[in-house]
Design a protein around this ligand. Structure first.
Ligand code: SOE
Length: 389
C-alpha cells in the first residue's frame, strides 16, 4: 500500500538532529510503517550557517530555514521535531501546537516542571499527536527488562538501583555554552545531570517500577567557574555536576540513583537493576545487547525453582522473539544506539495511524520533569520531597 507522506521540519542540527534525521531515513528500511517521512526543512541559526549547510547536505534536507517560526508555519511541514537546546523547547512546542503540527521533542521536555506542565496542557488542548524522545526505553534489552517485570518474574520489588555516569566535564578547561557544551549552562539547559541524564533513568524507572512517591537528593558542583564560549568571560556554574538521590516508590520498593559527569572512565554508563521476591534483572548500556536475569521463584506458584541452574543468566537479546529484533538481522547479530531512535519513531508512526498509544508523550514527560524538580528542590532544601501523582 502506498505510504502517506510526512514532511519533517527539524528544529536543530546538532547531535540529536543527527540521531532523529537518521531515524526518519531508516525507519521504513526496518519497519513497514504507514508513513514515508520526507526531510523537508532544517533550522539552524544564521551565525551557524556552515554547520547548517553541512547538516542539510549530509542528511539530505530539501531546504533550510534560519527562522524557526517560519519553518513551523510552513504549510508543507507536517511534523515538527524539536532538537534545539532545552530553553527553546517550550516556545517551539507551543508554536507547533498552535500550527496544528505533529510534534516530536527531545528530552528533557522543558527547563522545569511549570514549563513542562504548560506544554503538556496546551498540546493536549490542541489535540496534536506528540512524542518525547526518551530513546533508552527502546533498547531491546530495556524493553525486555520491562517485559520480565510485567510478567511477574521479579515479583514484589524491594530495590531499584540506577546509575547514569559520564566523564566529559572533569577538566576545568572545558568551557560552558556554545554548540556542544550548552548543557553546562543553567540558562540554556535548566539543570545539569538531573535533567540531562537522570531524566532518562527516571523515565525508565517509573515505566518499569511505577511512580516515585518521594525523593531525598544531594547535588554537587565540582568546578564552580568556567569560561563562557560566547562571551569569553569566566562565569559561575550553577548546574548540578553530580546528583545522588534516594527514592521511595509508591509500590513500597526503595531506590538509589546516581549520576555524574565526573565519573572517570565512564562515557555513557547507564545501568539499572531491580531486586524482587521472585527474581532480579540487571542492564547496563555498555553491554546494550545483554540483559541479566536471576530467576528464583516461579511467578505463578511463587515457589522456589529447585534446579541446578540457580544464578544470574546473561541473555543475548538478539532473537526474533525479543522486542524489536525481528525487524533487524539474523539472531546473534546486534543493533546499536541509533536503532533506539528508529524503534521509537516506528512506534510513534504506527500510533499516528491508529496503533497503540505512544509513550512517553508530553504528559508523561512532564511527570518526569516533576520528579526532576523535586530532586533539585530536595538538594537545595536538604530534605525529603513528596511527589504527588
Ligand atoms: C549528554 O552528554 C547526552 O548527550 C544526553 O543529552 C543524551 O540524552 C544521552 O543519551 C547521551 O548523553
Amino acid at each position: 500500500m502506498a505510504k502517506k507522506t510526512l514532511n519533517v521540519g527539524m528544529l536543530g542540527c546538532g547531535f540529536m538532529g543527527r540521531t532523529h534525521s537518521n531515524a526518519y531515513g531508516q525507519v521504513n528500511h526496518f519497519f513497514n510503517t504507514p508513513y514515508q517521512p520526507v526531510l523537508k526543512a532544517c533550522y539552524g541559526r544564521e551565525e551557524d550557517m556552515p554547520a547548517l549547510k553541512k547538516f542539510q547536505e549530509m542528511w539530505g534536507y530539501e531546504s533550510i530555514e534560519t527562522d524557526w517560526k517560519k519553518l513551523i508555519e510552513r504549510k508543507d511541514i507536517d511534523i515538527v521535531d524539536v532538537v534545539a537546546p532545552n530553553f527553546l523547547h517550550k516556545d517551539m512546542v507551543l508554536a507547533a501546537a498552535k500550527a496544528g503540527k505533529i510534534i516530536v521533542c527531545e528530552k528533557p521536555l522543558a527547563m522545569n516542571y511549570a514549563e513542562a506542565e504548560e506544554m503538556a496542557s496546551i498540546v493536549d488542548k490542541a489535540g496534536v499527536k506528540n512524542m518525547v524522545s526518551f530513546n533508552y526505553r527502546r533498547v531491546p534489552a530495556v524493553s525486555l527488562f520491562k517485559q520480565i517485570v510485567d510478567e511477574g518474574r521479579v515479583g514484589k520489588p524491594f530495590h531499584y538501583r540506577a546509575t547514569y555516569l559520564q566523564d566529559y566535564t572533569i577538566s576545568e578547561k572545558v568551557p560552558s555554552g556554545g554548540a556542544a557544551l550548552w548543557r553546562l549552562s543553567a540558562k540554556i539547559a535548566g539543570s545539569g545531570v538531573t535533567g540531562d541524564l537522570l531524566a532518562h533513568s527516571i523515565d525508565t524507572a517509573e515505566w518499569i517500577n511505577g511512580p516515585i512517591a518521594k525523593v531525598c537528593a544531594y547535588t554537587e558542583i565540582f568546578i564552580k567557574e568556567r569560561q563562557n564560549t560566547d562571551t569569553g568571560q569566566m562565569e559561575k556554574i550553577t548546574i548540578d555536576d553530580a546528583c545522588m538521590f534516594l527514592a521511595v516508590f509508591k509500590n513500597g520498593s526503595i531506590g538509589t540513583f546516581e549520576s555524574s559527569r565526573y565519573a572517570r572512565g565512564r562515557k555513557n554508563y547507564s545501568s539499572m537493576e531491580i531486586n524482587g521476591e521472585h527474581g532480579a534483572v540487571y542492564f547496563n548500556l555498555e553491554e546494550p545487547e545483554y540483559i541479566e536475569f536471576f530467576r528464583y521463584a516461579d511467578p505463578d506458584s511463587g515457589k522456589k525453582i529447585e534446579d541446578h541452574l540457580t544464578g544470574w543468566q546473561k541473555i543475548l537479546v538478539t532473537n526474533s522473539e525479543h522486542p524489536y529484533m525481528k525487524n533487524y538481522w539474523v539472531p546473534g547479530t546486534t543493533i546499536g544506539y541509533e536503532h533506539t531512535f528508529i524503534n521509537g519513531l516506528a512506534d510513534f508512526l504506527f500510533s499516528l495511524d491508529g496503533g497503540a498509544k505512544f509513550e512517553p508523550d508530553m504528559r508523561t514527560a512532564a511527570r518526569t520533569q516533576k520528579v526532576c524538580d523535586a530532586i533539585i528542590q530536595s538538594a537545595n532544601e536538604a530534605k525529603w520531597i513528596e511527589i504527588s501523582e
